[in-house]
Design a binder for this molecule. Structure first.
Ligand SMILES: [Zn+2]
Length: 417
């Protein structure tokens, strides 16, 4: 019978029917509806010769044993945000199911193939995203803090997890799941406007952005708006305003998809009759290349110093948060390009702004790649999230072509040994 991408669309609609309501998907991790979705997924794989296992972090694995223990992994997450869309996470899982069926139908594969449904990618209930994948990757380092977390009803995170068979203290034991992993593939909706604006159904993800977040504090002197001549002011807001506009030049100078955002400026005293004394400005800078990310920050600081001098004000910086860029595997990126061209004629390479489970797997040293499928209007995390059914189907074909290539590669000794 072979690959049947139309079935993926039908199954995704059915999942939405079973676990959603008029406001959208309700598969929030560590809830009954999420458990129901996992049971439903189990049912979809009946008749396929896979072994199911739920690991210590709650990740649900379906393993098709192959000629070797080395494993090709395909992953996604069936959990959603409250009032979420029908595709975010679930598409990855159901496309993986279809590919697994196709491979199983052809007999024992040369290497083991595993589908993983990561637990709590969204972090919707407790505010901790990538729970299951970070446990499996061994990068989860915030258990002490997680023990204190509570949901909106006051339920503690460890108690909610225990109800679903997960002991937080043992979550990191899920690390053994990645020991045999040779390569990891993930399909996802883009959740942004790039592919639609280029009129392309599919793209290859190069990696996830590194991020630098800072609070910049500009200090001038409050002075009366009526009595202070224009050339005698020390206006803190002028520094923030100049820097905001300079971000456009800085991003253009560094290029290669650099983005910089000043998301807020809080002014004090913040009244109509005073020059601004203090301006607290937020800055978010992102790049796929670590050196270029550092260059973005260096240029912003250089400009800020100049503006402070021009305006006779002071400027200081405080880092709020930072994460390194994650680069996906070059060989797998090449395979994904080929698979996309085969099913839709043209491929495009793009970075991912949001983090994904794939980033955690990649951080753990497993060669990884993602494929994005076009999102209509760039919308996600809302019931309005949508992708044309024909694009969903072509994305399943692309994942299948990518899996075929990766399987041959891993069987020939490629990927992590
Ligand atoms: Zn997702």
């Amino acid at each position: 019978m072979g690959l049947n991408p139309g079935r993926t669309v039908e199954e995704l609609r059915e999942l939405q029917e079973v676990t959603g309501d008029e406001n959208g998907a309700q598969r929030v991790a560590w809830t009954d509806t999420w458990e129901q979705a996992r049971d439903w997924l189990r049912g979809r794989l009946e008749g396929v010769p896979v072994e199911e296992e739920v690991d210590e972090a709650g990740n649900q694995w379906f393993t098709l044993p192959g000629g070797s223990e080395r494993a090709l992994l395909i992953g996604g997450h069936i959990d959603s945000v409250p009032n979420g869309g029908w595709l975010d996470g679930a598409l990855n899982v159901m496309a993986g199911v279809e590919v697994l069926r196709r491979i199983a139908e052809e007999g024992q594969p040369p290497v083991t193939v595993r589908l993983v449904n990561w637990a709590d990618e969204e972090g919707a209930r407790f505010g901790r995203s990538l729970f299951g994948s970070s446990a499996a990757a061994g990068s989860m380092a915030d258990q002490d803090e997680l023990r204190q977390r509570r949901d909106n009803d006051g339920v503690a995170l460890p108690d909610a997890l225990r109800e679903h068979g997960v002991d937080l203290d043992r979550a990191l034991d899920a690390r053994k799941q990645l020991e045999s992993a040779a390569a990891y593939l993930e399909l996802h909706i883009e959740q942004g406007p790039v592919l639609e604006s280029m009129d392309l159904p599919l793209g290859v993800v190069l990696g996830t952005f590194g991020v630098e977040r800072h609070q910049i504090t500009w200090k001038g002197q409050a002075a009366h708006a009526g009595s202070t001549p224009m050339d005698q002011r020390r206006d803190a807001l002028a520094g923030a305003a100049k820097l905001d506009l300079a971000l456009r030049e800085i991003a253009a100078e560094v290029g290669d998809g650099a983005v910089c955002t000043s998301g807020n400026v809080v002014c004090k005293p913040g009244i109509v009759t005073s020059v601004v004394e203090t301006a607290e400005q937020l800055l978010d800078q992102r790049h796929l290349d670590a050196e270029k990310l550092a260059e973005l920050l260096r240029l912003a600081k250089e400009r800020a110093d100049r503006f402070a001098q021009e305006e006779s004000i002071e400027v200081s910086w405080e880092r709020i948060w930072q994460i390194e860029p994650i680069r996906f595997d070059e060989t797998l990126i090449g395979f994904a390009d080929e698979a996309i061209r085969e099913v839709s004629g043209k491929s495009h390479r793009l970075p991912s702004g949001p983090l994904h489970d794939a980033a955690e797997v990649s951080r753990a040293g497993v060669p990884t790649v993602m494929v994005f499928v076009q999102s209509l209007r760039g919308l996600s995390h809302t019931k309005l999230e949508d992708t044309k059914p024909e694009h969903v189907e072509v994305s399943v074909r692309a994942l299948d072509g990518l899996a075929s290539r990766a399987l041959v590669w891993v069987a020939g000794g490629g990927g992590r040994s």
